[in-house]
Design a binder for this molecule. Structure first.
Ligand code: NAD
Length: 332
């Protein structure tokens, strides 16, 4: 078997092309892009590929066995439905959908059609520093985690993100940090409270909250605070502090540290692991390809994990609307 792919949307989708092309003999056969100017440029850049604005050329092509969905968020759900109708495995950019009822539909389709495999591009899991954190924490000693997503890309809010009806920074950005925490401690939250404001985007095209903060509660009273700060003048940055009884792990603009308590002393050590470590981001798509090719017996992220993550996000949205802490129910 060989992977023959079609990619939809050539923003971040171009990174998908680079991750797929030539990996274990995989090929991208078709690129779909609806921006006319980009189409011209893509035809020049990829003369051997089919370049089109008609996504159905991908879905109806019997040789295609992997579809990469990197279109705007509002197109993901329908494109996922087409993957199921046509039995195509798919990579979908986050968020896979924009409403809870769409999520329920995807969940039931995944259960009915076991042949179709899905992966969401939750790239922080491939980061060397965060993998170091994962193997150097002790869940039972952690009492608090603080994680701030400093987006540093305010201009992006005023492009398609201002136009998509159900766009939210929880589904578009917070999702990465929520996933990172769930993956780091290998546990799902039981409760969520979310609040936010739009102080820095009032009177702009972006009508949603541009600052969000979440309190997630886990078993044994572990508390996690996450924020999404879309507008601050700042580098694009995933700041995280993990507080354990005798140890603190930090990724901050100043550096990456582990602080160990030794008697009365706090001993600070630099961590020599890469962040943001973008070179490793291809790894997620590539290990999904290995799984499709039966070179790995497990997908890098299970369907259940991906669906549960979306449930946390939808409960966070509901909490924001109702301004109260909610118990999260996960889909069966
Ligand atoms: N995993 C990540 O870290 C990450 C990072 C950035 C964006 N994303 C996600 O990727 C998706 C695209 O975002 P982006 O930043 O690349 O946006 P972008 O505006 O930079 O690029 C999107 C491209 O897709 C094209 N497009 C959109 N809908 C299309 C459709 N239905 N058919 C064909 N072409 C279509 C647009 O014309 C545009 O060229 C979003 O869902 C976003 O949330 C994920």
């Amino acid at each position: 078997m060989k992977i023959l792919a079609g990619v939809i949307g050539m923003g971040i989708g171009e990174k998908h092309v680079h991750a797929i092309e030539n990996y274990n003999l995989s090929k991208v056969l078709i690129i779909c892009e609806k921006n006319k100017n980009k189409l011209k440029y893509l035809k020049k850049k990829y003369p051997k590929k089919i370049i089109t604005d008609n996504e159905n050329l991908i879905f109806k092509n019997p040789s295609i066995n992997l579809v990469s969905i990197a279109s705007y968020d509002n197109f993901h759900f329908n494109q996922i439905l087409k993957c199921f109708i046509n039995n195509k495995n798919f990579i979908v950019e986050k968020p896979m959908c924009l409403t809870l009822s769409q999520l329920k539909k995807i969940n039931s389709l995944l259960k009915k059609n076991k042949k179709v495999k899905m992966i969401s591009n939750l790239v922080l899991r491939t980061n060397s520093l965060f993998n170091y954190f994962k193997s150097n924490i002790n869940r039972k000693d952690i009492f608090y985690i603080e994680a701030d997503y400093l987006w540093g890309r305010i201009y992006k809010l005023f492009q398609w993100r201002s136009k998509v009806l159900n766009y939210s920074l929880t589904l578009g950005a917070g999702i990465h940090m929520i996933d990172l925490i769930i993956w780091l401690i290998n546990e799902k939250p039981m409760k969520v409270y979310c609040t936010g404001n739009d102080i820095s985007t009032k009177n702009t095209k972006f009508k949603k909250k541009s600052f969000l903060i979440y309190i997630l509660k886990f078993k044994k009273n572990l508390i996690v605070k996450i924020s999404v700060n879309a507008t601050a003048p700042h580098d694009h940055f995933h700041s995280i502090k993990i507080y354990q009884k005798n140890k603190t792990l930090i990724n901050s603009l100043k550096g990456k540290y582990v602080i160990n308590r030794s008697g009365k002393l706090n001993i600070i050590k630099n961590i020599k692991k890469d962040y943001p470590d973008k070179k490793n981001r291809k790894k997620l798509i590539r290990s999904f390809i290995d799984y499709l090719l039966n070179k790995k017996n497990k997908s890098p992220i299970s369907h259940k994990e991906q669906i549960d993550l979306m449930s946390v996000c939808f409960f966070a949205e509901k909490s924001l609307k109702q301004n109260k802490e909610l118990k999260i129910s996960y889909l069966k």
